[in-house]
Design a protein around this ligand. Sequence first.
Ligand SMILES: O=P(O)(O)OC[C@H]1O[C@H](O)[C@H](O)[C@@H](O)[C@@H]1O
Length: 315
Amino acid sequence: MERSNKPAPISASGTGPQPNVHLEQGRAIARLPSGDSVEVLLYGATVISWKSNGKENIWVSDAAKLDGSKPVRGGIPIVFPCFGPPPKDHATGKLPQHGFGRNSHWEYLGSSSSESGALAKGGDDSIKLDFGLSHQQLSEDTKKAWPYEFGLVYSVTLAKDGLQTMLNVTNQGKEAFEFQMLLHSYWRVDDVTRCTVNGLGSATYIDKVLDAKEQQQSTPELRITGEVDRVYKSIKQDITSIVQDGKSRLDVQRDRIVDSVIWNPWIEKAKGMGDFEPNDGYKNMICVEVGAVDGWQKLEPGETFEGGQILKSHL
Ligand SMILES: O=P(O)(O)OC[C@H]1O[C@H](O)[C@H](O)[C@@H](O)[C@@H]1O
């Protein structure tokens, strides 16, 4: 792929209004003729806004730092190459919680207007933005802590019927490496207590709130009535939905990955995070995070992994 700091021209297939992309204040902003838009901060390649039908789908804390001084509290931070605090005896052991994907400066690789895939793409109705991160772009300290030659391409496709975010990982070096990845998506809801998370029935999960024991989801719906921090593994269903007041709010479809984390910090944890505002903002968000976090993905030299999510908003 040709690398450029400027948005690539979009091939116009029609004569009507075209999608447009511009770069400003360290972020790439794409807009469709319908008015739907997506905004991606180059810091962490963090999606910080996705609007459909004029309404925001994504929750970002009022106190989130958007200046590159710390990972964004909200949006879709990219967790790579380790999820949570890495095990000390693993190759990722010297990295911070959730790795370096979310706090590295990514390169904007350009945009294109059509691509085959799950969303109705092509022509005036979709636009794909690509972002890249590789070993060379890391700080010296991070390179030392995780010395592998990797290449990441993160593709964010805005289409009239949804958003797709895909992470592609390549081993560009001479030795194998292991990684985990997670798209730590914070979804905006009117009131989390009026929501259920559906589509997890019978999956097993690690409950990080209750002594990290393995449990099985016994009901088809998960109600959020307190702190939730669960790692669901090898989910058979493709789609996890957020349902609000009995109506579908957002469908999150896993694409080539099978794990998901459901997180809401609730009252005390929200208060304890300096960058979480307002304090009662936990009512307006729910994290449904797709990824590969159960064990490790191993890539031999030259091998590639791809996984991500296809999102449909019912706003
Ligand atoms: O505070 P952060 O490093 O952004 O992590 C926020 C949360 O991320 C995930 O959802 C983990 O499962 C949680 O245990 C963690 O608290």
